[in-house]
Ligand binder design. Structure first.
Ligand SMILES: Cc1cc2nc3c(=O)[nH]c(=O)nc-3n(C[C@H](O)[C@H](O)[C@H](O)COP(=O)(O)OP(=O)(O)OC[C@H]3O[C@@H](n4cnc5c(N)ncnc54)[C@H](O)[C@@H]3O)c2cc1C
Length: 436
């Protein structure tokens, strides 16, 4: 058969498109592999909560999951197969599983190497300790919409239970622990039901969202709040969401107690005693809406109680012109130190007890190394804070005790997970190792 030169008119552009597409796919694959390797080396391979597991046999490498993820850059396609390349940043939206055309994605808790404790709950959100309820992310289900929905349902169950116990006793009906989306929804439900209650949060209004970086966009589906009705957030900035919660407080008169930490829940007869950093509350029921992010790990040194010591950097600009000590060697410490070093006139010292920043991503290590090299930041490797004074900090260094003039301290020394708290109360949990 004779060769038809007209075929080239069609074949050449197609070959060109194919070549460009292949080149771009290879580049994306190499980039995704690099991110994954970086996280592997930094030991950042354990997702915090619900996350996707991809079956390579079913995966077509179509990247629908990559595009569907609202957090972006959590998944990538490596050598034609989808992979979870930023495991610690996955927050369990689950959009990847829905978008997969071949059902290659399963959403699971924990991994084979790190189990995740999920409390055993009844359909009414009651734990194995009768009268203690759990709502929101602590129960295993992430996302703001789910937290609101569960807060609403759990408080209804707690209200019914409270009405059955020790009628006539002046104890509270419910203590709500946590003022994130679940705790707020539960508190509004408690108000609506006319319960006697307190809402206590160790930090501030809004829960985990309050600690997101400035301007972070949150995506959330419509949800129904007691006393307020249906709310349609859609895509909303962290600041606007927090302003919404402030407005809810103003409109309803809800007055949570902030900066108060619940340390223990003890049963006394039919009632509970909730022990906090400020006092004790007698109550018929307890609703835990404390999320899964845990409590920042304190340094345990004298002077740490001062207001100049914080456990997260939220607004770097407020530190302009200050002498700031950042404690820690992981990603959050390095990111905080680098952001502070960008502020005009800020003197940043990074204190880490290790000798190298092995538990941080390469991009953060490189950024900090460059800032140290050009003298913008000082790093004290192998150092430990001994005490925090109003004007200076004492550090144990390899050269002996060092006194450092100081205005503020940011401690990024990891967190204490709520698991221990649940065990202490006697709540039964199931440890999931990558199973549904
Ligand atoms: C980076 C990131 C991005 C995210 N993006 C989204 C998104 O776009 N859309 C979405 O729907 N979800 C998102 N999420 C998930 C969402 O933030 C959580 O699922 C949601 O906040 C859970 O609400 P919660 O009320 O259960 O717990 P939390 O919001 O975690 O609130 C728990 C509260 O309990 C308090 N607390 C804890 N322990 C104690 C104690 N012992 N005593 C007193 N108070 C205590 C804490 O201070 C906190 O305020 C994201 C999460 C992260 C980390």
């Amino acid at each position: 058969m004779a060769f038809d030169p007209l075929l080239l008119v069609y074949a050449l552009p197609l070959a060109g498109i194919w070549a460009v597409w292949t080149f771009a796919a290879r580049r994306r694959s190499a980039k995704a592999r690099e991110v994954l390797e970086d996280n592997r080396q930094a030991g950042l391979m354990e997702p915090n909560s619900l996350h996707p597991v991809i079956d390579p046999a079913k995966c077509l490498g179509c990247a629908s999951c990559v595009r569907a993820c609202p957090e972006k850059k959590i998944l990538g396609v490596i050598d034609g197969k989808a992979a979870l390349i930023e495991p610690t940043m996955c927050v369990g939206h689950g959009a990847c599983a829905t978008a997969c055309p071949t059902q290659a994605i399963t959403l699971v808790f924990g991994t084979a190497t790190r189990g995740v404790d999920i409390p055993l709950l009844s359909p009414e959100f009651e734990t194995s300790v009768p009268g203690v309820y759990i709502a929101g992310e602590l129960g295993g289900m992430g996302l703001i919409k789910n937290a609101i929905e569960q807060g609403r349902q759990a408080i209804a169950a707690a209200a019914a239970q409270a009405r059955r116990i020790a009628v006539g006793d002046p104890a509270l009906d419910v203590v709500i622990v946590g003022c994130g989306p679940a705790g707020i929804a539960a508190s509004l439900g408690a108000m609506e039901a006319g319960l006697r209650f307190v809402t206590i949060d160790q930090s501030s209004l809004g829960g985990t969202v309050a600690h997101f970086p400035r301007g972070k966009v949150v995506m959330t589906a419509p949800a129904k709040l007691p006393l307020i009705g249906e709310v349609r957030f859609g895509e909303i900035s962290k600041e606007r969401l927090l302003a919404f919660w402030e407005d809810v407080l103003a409109r309803t008169g809800l007055k949570p107690q902030f900066e108060e930490q619940v340390t223990q829940v003890e049963r006394t007869g039919d009632l509970f005693e909730v022990v906090t950093s400020r006092g004790r509350y007698r109550t018929r029921t307890v609703l835990l809406a404390i999320g899964r992010r845990g409590t920042p790990r304190p340094l345990g040194v004298p002077g740490e109680e001062q207001s100049k010591v914080l456990y997260r950097l939220i607004d770097p600009e407020q530190y302009a012109g200050q002498r700031v000590l950042v404690v820690g060697g992981g990603d959050s410490a390095l990111e905080a130190a680098a952001q502070l070093a960008d502020q005009p006139g800020t003197q940043v010292t990074l204190s880490y007890r290790g000798q190298a920043f092995q538990r941080a991503r390469a991009k953060n290590r490189d950024r900090v190394a460059a800032l140290i090299a050009d003298g913008t930041m000082t790093a004290l490797m192998g150092s430990q804070v001994r005490s925090i004074g109003t004007e200076a900090i004492e550090l144990e260094t390899e050269q002996g005790l060092l006194s450092l003039p100081n205005d503020s301290v940011i401690v990024c020394a990891g967190g204490l997970l709520p698991t221990q708290f649940l065990h202490q109360i006697g709540i039964e949990v199931e440890t999931k190792f990558g199973t549904v």
